[in-house]
Design a protein around this ligand. Structure first.
Ligand code: MN
Length: 248
């Protein structure tokens, strides 16, 4: 029996076959953290995954949607007591979303502050061209005193990465990050006990099709070759990191 795979950042509710994908993840034993992009999607995700072993839903308000949906923050807050996992949240200062950056800062500060107050949450955080801001906000609210944070698709620089490691962030890695020299160099700086895997499906493709959680194996294979471990050993390291996040 192989060690279970882990897809710690994907968006199952954005696939047309959402419900059958949940069933597939359960059957194949893939630990899957499925994001929501707006709080309005939370309830359906929570209902469909209630009591499941492998699929867990995260309560999100995606930074790329803040421009239109900042007012849903009150709904997000209302659902927070029911959510162990929070995502997708964060900041996006890329050219397409920079104009809402001030509003994103307000929303993300609010989210982090509320999680810090609540405690015992796991956050999956987006940080496009904004790693520095994200880390400052995480520190300001002492988020990691009583919560865990996973930086999804981290693309900052080496000094931001070192900062993130020093304050105790985890990192979810997808195969696209490992297809550039820069991405591989960043990856190699991260201690092995902080690494998780993700597909970010359906946004990332495999052979022209949206990746599904099972496709996380391509990322595991790339990691195994960088670490010079067997695939099974790599799966075991990642699975143990996953367990260390979710216990205590
Ligand atoms: Mn995502």
């Amino acid at each position: 029996m192989n060690t279970s795979l882990v897809d710690y950042h994907c968006h199952l509710d954005l696939y047309p076959d959402f419900e059958s994908l949940i069933t597939e993840c359960e059957k194949k034993g893939i630990y899957t953290l499925t994001m929501t992009t707006t709080p309005k999607a939370w309830r359906k995700n929570a209902v469909l995954t209630k009591g499941l072993k492998f699929v867990r839903p995260a309560l999100g308000l995606h930074p790329q949607l803040v421009e239109q949906r900042a007012n849903e923050i009150s709904l997000w807050e209302e659902y927070l007591p029911d959510a162990k996992f929070v995502g997708e949240v964060g900041l996006d200062a890329g050219p397409k979303f920079y104009k809402s950056f001030e509003s994103q800062l307000t929303v993300f500060n609010h989210i982090v502050q509320n999680c810090s107050f609540a405690g015992n949450k796991v956050l999956s955080i987006h940080s496009v061209r904004a790693a520095n801001h994200v880390l400052k906000i995480v520190e300001k609210h002492k988020l990691l005193n009583n919560n865990r944070a996973v930086l999804h698709w981290f693309s900052g620089n080496q000094s931001e990465l070192k900062k993130a490691i020093s304050i105790g962030c985890f990192f979810s890695i997808n195969h696209t990050m490992l297809s550039s020299e820069k991405g591989i160099e960043l990856f190699k700086t991260i201690p092995r006990n902080l690494i998780l895997t993700e597909t970010d499906g359906p946004f990332l493709l495999r052979d022209g099709k949206p990746q599904k959680p099972l496709d996380v194996i391509i990322c595991v294979e790339k990691i195994a070759s960088i670490w010079r471990l067997s695939i099974e050993e790599t799966r075991w390291v990642i699975f143990n990191n996953f367990r260390s996040i979710e216990t205590d």
